[in-house]
Design a protein around this ligand. Structure first.
Ligand SMILES: C[S@@+](CC[C@H](N)C(=O)[O-])C[C@H]1O[C@@H](n2cnc3c(N)ncnc32)[C@H](O)[C@@H]1O
Length: 281
């Protein structure tokens, strides 16, 4: 496991533990994981969606979008959530694909998996399975998944090409990739890139939007779209950047409008539209 993966696992293990602890204490807003007032993680889901879920699944939401709102899911489909955390998007997907479908969550952090499995139990979801593993080496067979979702996780990976290659491999021909991720919209100052703390927090590890599209195409995807939907301003990020030891007033002018939560969509070609010797193998 790389240093970055270890740092990411430590951070999310602690956040999972804080949700579990808060649920037996004072409730959501006592934890850093809850996103109360946080411009990245707040207001991502409708009340209709959250009221159907266990409170701890909602409290553990650490995403930066709502990938399940990005894509039509049909009864009977198989969905895979890369970096499923406390399981919010897996449980929402499970309702949409119904009893004849299946929703997998994949995460490398034991504490998050334990929290997600407990949330599955509370939700009574029988068409859900949480898998332990990394998104760079997905523990599922080739051509086995209809839809891949992910919520603010690919920006944490230090091998994004491997993630996209693996996503392509496990998707069925015609399968869809529908992801929320933090994306950079221009050049990032070197001191931001260098900060491990920012990397863990979804900033320094984010791809530039054209690079994201290009990597998806290299992995074999077609119909690639990267659409910014929530552009962060520096004030949104002030405490986050300060906690990372940066002089916010000094870097602020270089960061304005550069980071956005984006919807990223792409499709694995079907055999008929495949133009490469191995792309649909
Ligand atoms: C920002 S949280 C997002 C969780 C969830 N998607 C959500 O919206 O609440 C990142 C999650 O991805 C997991 N994660 C990060 N990097 C990973 C990797 N390389 N492989 C598997 N899981 C990873 C972490 O353990 C954590 O649960």
């Amino acid at each position: 496991m790389s240093d970055i993966q270890q740092a990411v696992r430590k951070k999310y293990g602690a956040l999972a533990a804080s949700v579990t602890k808060a649920s037996t204490n004072t409730g959501c807003c006592a934890t850093a994981a809850c996103g109360c007032g946080d411009p990245i993680t707040s207001n991502l889901y409708s009340d209709a969606e959250t009221k159907e879920l266990p409170a701890d699944a909602v409290a553990a939401s650490l995403g930066c979008g709502n990938p399940t709102a990005l894509i039509a899911l049909e009864p009977g489909q198989t969905v895979l959530d890369l970096g499923s955390g406390g399981g919010i998007d897996v449980l929402l997907s499970a309702k949409r694909v119904g009893a004849s479908g299946k929703a997998y969550g994949l995460d490398m952090t034991d504490e998050m998996l334990a929290l997600a499995r407990e949330n599955q139990r509370k939700a009574g979801a029988t068409n859900v399975e949480f898998l332990k593993g990394t998104i760079e080496s997905i523990p599922l067979p080739d051509n086995s998944v209809d839809v891949i979702i992910s919520n603010c996780v690919i920006n944490l990976s230090n091998d994004k090409d491997a993630v996209l290659r693996e996503a392509f491999r496990v998707l069925k021909p015609g399968g869809r990739f529908a992801v929320s991720d933090v994306v950079v919209r221009g050049a990032v100052p070197a001191n931001v890139r260098r900060s491990m703390e920012l990397w863990v927090g979804c900033i320094a590890g984010a791809l530039e939007e054209k690079e994201y599209a290009s990597k998806l195409q290299t992995a074999g995807f077609k119909d690639v779209e990267v659409e910014a939907w929530r552009v962060y301003n520096v004030e949104d990020a002030r405490s986050f950047l300060t906690d990372s030891g940066l002089d916010v007033d000094a870097v602020a002018p270089h960061l304005q409008g550069l980071f956005a939560s984006s919807f990223i969509r792409a499709t694995k070609p079907t055999a008929e539209s495949c133009c490469g010797p191995t792309c649909c193998a």
